[in-house]
Design a protein around this ligand. Structure first.
Ligand SMILES: NC(=O)c1ccc[n+]([C@@H]2O[C@H](COP(=O)([O-])OP(=O)(O)OC[C@H]3O[C@@H](n4cnc5c(N)ncnc54)[C@H](OP(=O)(O)O)[C@@H]3O)[C@@H](O)[C@H]2O)c1
Length: 244
């Protein structure tokens, strides 16, 4: 299938490693021109060089940073057709251990970075009457995971935003979808000390996913053939989610 991504311009946020990097690589492989961003300047420069992408440095938890990085990507690529909203996950915590500052920090990093980036990207997409917005969330948004209170709650809200926004922009041929990782083997998973053997047993597919499994679906959502899929929250999880 021709995904029609040749020459499309994409920004993948949080892309110096893990799922973001794999999505950027998949888009480059399909012929898209890609910008990637993250906080660590050396690491994002290395990834940009490896992929043949534009590397941008930003801390998405800072006010205004997401809008600024979208503007920077638009300048470098001459516009944006595809926006992949992604950041690092918030720290693991239970409700009673999270301070107001913890909630506000996670809200800035997970929620306001999504709002800022999407708001900045929409005018150009509306003008060109074409756009693909993909928000990376988590299966925790559908079935809360123990000890991940910040992710469980804020990401469920993002699914509401994605669905409601999709209705507002569909007339301009812009799709907005959320993509939920289950267990994909990235540094984040290792940092969370997920027991790979136990996790694999709990996954109907019998194995932890790879970033490439996830990126392939993201590339499809960014594609021309996916033009009629919008407002959805879709998981790539080897069957882990129990709900229908
Ligand atoms: N892997 C999984 O199985 C899984 C499951 C459920 C949900 N998720 C969620 O999916 C997202 C991606 O997962 P991942 O496993 O690829 O995570 P990861 O390995 O931790 O990678 C996160 C990426 O985002 C960048 N980043 C983090 N904080 C940032 C910030 N404030 N500003 C700019 N860039 C930032 C990181 O680079 P710098 O550190 O250099 O900034 C890195 O490139 C995360 O939100 C994670 O919680 C993942």
């Amino acid at each position: 299938m021709d995904l029609g991504l040749t020459g499309r311009r994409a920004l993948v946020m949080g892309a110096s490693r893990g799922l973001g990097k794999a999505i950027a690589a998949a888009l480059v492989a399909e012929g898209a021109r890609v910008a990637v961003c993250a906080r660590d300047a050396a690491r994002i420069a290395a990834v940009a060089a490896e992929l043949g992408a534009e590397g941008l440095v930003c801390d998405l938890s800072k006010e205004g940073a997401a809008a600024a990085v979208v503007a920077d990507a638009e300048r470098r690529l001459g516009g944006l057709d595809i926006l992949v909203v992604n950041t690092g996950g918030p720290p693991a915590a239970t409700f009673e251990s999270i301070t107001d500052a913890g909630w506000r920090g996670a809200f800035e990093g997970l929620w306001m970075s999504a709002v800022g980036a999407i708001r900045a990207a929409l005018p150009g997409m509306r003008q060109r009457r074409h756009g693909r917005i993909i928000v990376i969330t988590s299966i925790a948004a559908k079935e809360p995971v123990a000890n991940l209170m910040l992710s469980n709650s804020l990401r469920a809200g993002l699914h509401g935003l994605v669905n409601a926004l999709s209705k507002e922009v569909a007339g301009d041929q812009i799709t907005v979808n959320a993509l939920m990782p289950g267990y994909q083997l990235t540094e984040r998973l290792l940092e969370l000390k997920v027991d790979e053997v136990a996790a694999s047993r709990a996954i109907p597919a019998g194995r932890i996913g790879t970033p490439e499994d996830f990126a392939a679906f993201a590339a499809f959502l960014a594609s021309e053939p996916a033009n009629y899929v919008t407002g959805q929250a879709i998981c790539v999880d080897g069957g882990v989610l129990q709900s229908i």
